[in-house]
Design a protein around this ligand. Structure first.
Ligand code: ADP
Ligand code: ZN
Ligand code: ZN
Length: 734
């Protein structure tokens, strides 16, 4: 028998199968992970097929060394998914396979945790003790008596409590039998029972559930305001799938994968739930994955990568907070989660439910066109109104002499809230490291003349750049609009805000949650726990605190710099701002106490604030979709970026040049399909000593064919000295 094996070597362009003889290696199946000789080394690979014959000469043919697991790690469905992703995103087979198994499993860095057990052998169980242990061997008799009473026991524990030499002796004489059992390192064991109670559905929830369960293979957009009880609907959908003997996948953005979420799902579905996310230890992650592939668990909950959960017979796929940017993979291998989800839903003939209080403009557009079925939950469960949002004009504050972080309004609300024994959340809107420049007197923000997106200030060169076309503009010293010299660059950091609050409230505890304070495994949970237990009065944080959390005593939310995402250099910045304001505001007044939101901005008249204040998603959508149509941005265009990086500037340039010429030849034949196409240095010219150059194209017609051309050209000209890849509608163009 011959096995076709795809070898797992990194950083190489090798993407083909090699033939190996199976010989007498046992249990080699399609999907098995195997060790094979490759050159002078032994490396890992995946069996992609088995066959009788090979073209490889007998003296050249090598043998598989061994299988690395006693089950195939890639299922039939995942083979099909691999083929799909390979076609769609032009990925290497092995890069796709790597997504399918826990990374620590590769190279044997994690293994099953095995524990040794001992048992009295069957034939001695009913026998008189004297027949197999001498009356004088007191220690041995104790061991046998204990095992006869208690059955199989852990060897290490027995060794602690009884004579280890007696046990050794009994094992050697084959009175005791040793066996190894796998121990699962299960996260989140401490689950309270009362969390398992399910709610009686509100009529609105019931209607949503009915709509979703009435179809068999469809995509639903569940648009439900914050607090409308979407989670309960998801849980019912999952229960329904389980009742039909099927499994379920639920995706949540990484930052809202909180202990609260896990606990409520564990409480409801018990050991049937497996959790996959980066906060788990390698061992825990591996074991959770094992529970899924073995069928012990059939509900997979996790961040983006959980879409690759190795379960069979999927009955429902849920993507919560579908608008979240973390669902697009921004590093290799690049893929779009909803497209993978759609593939698995089709393969399994099940439904895909995407939920959000603020659906992405693209998804809502698809729903409007009938591609997705729209299901709406416009009311909060307890009929409570959404919190009131107060807009504070920071230009006016500045004119009145307030130079600080907080407006007078936010400051007085903070005192009232904290002194009154309630809790507050202060939100800082921060993304990446780039920053815009803005006039503090009138709120003017510099934009690209050509692309209508905010320019990014590049400190090293002291210039403003457009990340969509590469245009450069000189930095501003005087506002072109009002001639003020008070130009603001950069942003306020969380640290600064915390210091300011400590001065205001010296005897209150203030917590900070951002990238710096959440580096260790449990830090995230510890900070949230401390806030939930009401030990701290104020939580200061970035996007991380915007979602999912339910703190009943939070009555005030302050948004310090709402504009930050508004002027991000991105066609989606208005959409993101609307989403953030809605999400963050949703943290206030979730329980019996009413909530208030103070939103600080230099551009109070921007339409996004008007719609956000009124909770008017549809109004916002109408406005935004019209703009997108006029300016030719997605969903009315596809933005493709080909990024070429290399240690050598010359290689970078020459490869990009070849790709560019090839693509331009196509562009020139299809001029009407492109709104824009050009090559340039990337806005950030070097990262980690690699030069970066790119080609950008905005495709307005015939997207798929144009993309194929772009992928094809990129595949054709990449070489060993450059890394080239294509991104479609990337979140970030720096
Ligand atoms: P969403 O995800 O839509 O923002 P959640 O699912 O977090 O909303 O639900 C908000 C709150 O309402 C939660 O505390 C939840 O336990 C509660 N809840 C959900 N459904 C019901 C119901 N049918 N009856 C009572 N409370 C409910
Ligand atoms: Zn100005
Ligand atoms: Zn531009």
């Amino acid at each position: 028998m011959i096995a076709e094996v795809i070898v797992d070597i990194s950083g190489s362009e090798v993407d083909r199968v090699f033939d190996y003889a199976v010989a007498d290696v046992k249990n080699v199946q399609k999907g098995s992970r195997v060790a094979v000789p490759f050159g002078k080394r032994e490396i890992e690979g995946y069996v992609t097929d088995l066959k009788e014959n090979t073209e490889v000469a007998e003296d050249k043919l090598k043998c598989i060394v061994k299988t690395l697991d006693d089950y195939p790690v890639i299922t039939e469905e995942m083979f099909e998914l691999m083929a799909f992703m390979r076609r769609k995103y032009h990925l290497r087979i092995v890069d796709v396979f790597r997504l399918f198994i826990p990374s620590q499993m590769r190279g044997g860095r994690v293994k099953e945790l095995k524990k040794q057990y001992i048992t009295l052998r069957e034939k001695f169980v009913g026998m008189d003790l004297d027949e197999y242990v001498k009356p004088s061997a007191k220690a041995q008799r104790d061991v046998c008596l204990f095992l006869r009473e208690n059955g199989t026991s852990s060897l290490s524990e027995m060794n602690e409590n009884f004579s280890a030499s007696a046990i050794r002796n009994l094992i050697a004489r084959e009175v005791l039998e040793v066996s190894a059992r796998e121990i699962r390192r299960a996260p989140y064991k401490d689950v309270s029972e009362n969390a398992a109670k399910s709610h009686t559905l509100t009529p609105q929830q019931q209607a949503a559930l009915d709509a979703v369960t009435s179809e068999k293979n469809d995509t639903f957009l569940l648009h439900g305001v914050t607090g409308s009880g979407k989670t309960e609907v998801y849980m019912r959908c999952i229960s329904q799938a389980l009742k039909e003997g099927r499994s379920a996948i639920m995706l949540v953005p990484e930052i809202s994968l909180t202990p609260q979420v896990f606990k409520s799902f564990k409480a409801r579905f018990g050991d049937n739930v497996a959790i996959l996310h980066s906060g788990l230890s390698a061992g825990e992650r591996f074991d959770e994955w094992r529970r899924l592939i073995s069928g012990e668990a059939s509900v997979a909950i996790g961040a983006r990568s959980a879409i690759f959960a190795p379960i069979k017979n999927v009955g429902i796929i849920i993507i919560d907070e579908e608008h979240d940017s973390s669902y697009a993979s921004e590093s290799n291998p690049r893929y779009r989660t909803y497209e993978v989800a759609r593939f698995r839903a089709d393969y399994n003939k099940c439904n895909l439910v995407m939920g959000s209080a603020t659906p992405s403009i693209e998804s809502y557009y698809r729903a409007q066109k009938g591609e997705y079925k729209l299901v709406e939950m416009p009311q909060r469960v307890n009929k409570r109104s959404l919190p009131h949002i107060d807009i504070v004009n920071m230009s006016a504050e500045f004119a009145a002499g307030n130079n600080g972080i907080f407006s007078g309004r936010l400051e007085s609300e903070l005192y009232e809230c904290v002194e009154g024994g309630n809790q507050a959340i202060i939100f800082l809107n921060r993304r990446g490291y780039s920053s815009y420049v803005m006039c503090r007197s009138c709120g003017y923000v510099a934009k690209c003349e050509r692309c209508d997106v905010s320019l990014v200030y590049h400190k090293e060169e002291n210039v403003l750049k457009c990340h969509y076309c590469g245009n450069r503009y000189s930095s501003l010293d005087v506002c072109p609009n009002c001639k003020s010299v008070h130009i603001k660059r950069g942003y306020v950091g969380t640290q600064q805000v915390v210091e300011c609050l400590r001065q205001m409230f010296p005897d209150k505890e203030i917590l900070r949650m951002d990238n710096d304070t959440t580096q260790t495994k449990d830090s995230h949970a510890t900070i949230l726990q401390r806030f939930a237990s009401r030990k701290a009065s104020i939580l200061v944080g970035t996007q991380m605190i915007a979602k999912g959390h339910d703190f009943p005593d939070v009555t005030l939310v302050g948004i310090v710099d709402a504009d930050m995402s508004l002027h991000f250099n991105d066609y989606r910045s208005t959409e993101r701002t609307f989403q953030l304001i809605t999400q963050v505001s949703g943290r206030a007044g979730r329980d019996s106490k009413p909530g208030k939101v103070v939103l600080q901005t230099f551009t109070p008249n921007h339409y996004v604030y008007r719609y956000a204040v009124n909770g008017d998603y549809k109004g916002f959508y109408e406005k935004e979709i019209n703009l997108r149509e006029i300016t030719k941005y997605p969903p009315f265009a596809l933005i493709a970026r080909i990024l070429v990086t290399s240690e050598s500037e010359d290689d970078c340039f020459s490869v990009l040049k070849k790709i560019y010429d090839d693509v331009m030849e196509y562009v020139n034949r299809h001029k009407e399909d492109f709104a824009y196409a050009a090559a340039m240095k990337s806005p950030v010219k070097r990262i980690q000593s690699k030069y970066r150059m790119q080609m950008l194209a905005r495709i307005i017609n015939g997207g798929e064919a144009a993309l194929d051309k772009i992928y094809e050209a990129t595949d054709k000209y990449r070489n060993g000295r450059t890394v080239c890849f294509v991104e479609v509608n990337p979140n970030n163009l720096s």
